[in-house]
Design a protein around this ligand. Structure first.
Ligand SMILES: *Cc1c(COP(=O)(O)O)cnc(C)c1O
Length: 230
């Protein structure tokens, strides 16, 4: 077994164990393999091991990989999980399956207008700033509920859920409180928007806690592909 295959198996096992401990079903939380800064060959290795959903942060780097892997790994589902500037929205609308970092109407409208007619509607998550840090991108819960109404009305987008990058903290009580607040917001919004099925939270270091707090999609890079050069 190669290293990536072994690491992937370890992460699938961690998710399943965390789910069992939390009284959830392992299949309720899926894995997004975060391949930013890693070569297309690493993505292909993970794909060969059965992984299908991948996350990227940088638009041009991602478009290069998406193009390179189109033939050999045709059924990859690509998620943008990095910040999106409106002048880069076109290649995103033309190449990605999901954008998890929608945080304003202008971006949503551009993605909607630029999504090519032959492609399926673009899946989107609203990015939430759950810790309320001024330095962070993302919406407050109140803003998210308002933007959800507007995004749900755009025909070329499909509103799927919420994503968050919680405050970096060693205090697991603080982190748990933030993750549970997100879960509550998600449940509340799901009542109005029953199509919401994705709560994207949890990374390499905190996926167990995220699964326990209701995550349906953990985003894991380092634990699969190794550490990244800055
Ligand atoms: C890089 C990144 C991840 C993966 O982080 P790891 O600690 O390497 O697992 C998850 N989510 C986002 C938004 C990221 O930018």
């Amino acid at each position: 077994m190669n290293t990536i295959t072994q690491h992937l198996q370890d992460v699938y096992d961690r998710i399943a164990d965390a789910a069992r401990h939390a009284g959830r079903e392992p299949h309720e939380t899926d894995l997004l393999a975060v391949s930013k800064t890693k070569p297309a060959t690493d993505v292909a290795a993970a794909w060969a091991a059965g992984q299908r959903r991948f996350g990227e942060n940088y638009v041009q780097e991602a478009v290069d990989k998406i193009t390179a892997l189109k033939k050999t790994c045709p059924d990859i589902e690509w998620h943008l999980i990095g910040p999106l500037q409106s002048n880069k929205s076109r290649p995103v609308a033309e190449h990605f399956d999901w954008v998890q970092t929608v945080d304003r109407l202008k971006i949503a409208q551009r993605l909607n207008d630029q999504r090519p007619p032959h492609m399926r509607p673009l899946n989107v998550c609203l990015q939430i700033n759950v810790s309320g840090e001024a330095s962070k991108s993302g919406l407050s819960p109140t803003e998210a509920e308002a933007l959800a109404e507007q995004v749900a009305a755009l025909p070329r987008l499909c509103l799927r859920g919420l994503m968050a990058i919680p405050e970096a903290t060693d205090n697991s009580d603080t982190l748990r409180a933030q993750l549970l607040e997100l879960k509550q917001l998600f449940d509340r919004m799901q009542k109005k928007h029953p199509q919401l099925d994705t709560l994207s939270m949890g990374m390499s270091n905190d996926l167990e806690l995220a699964v326990a707090c209701g995550s349906t999609l953990v985003r894991v890079g380092t634990a699969i592909f190794g550490s990244r050069n800055p």
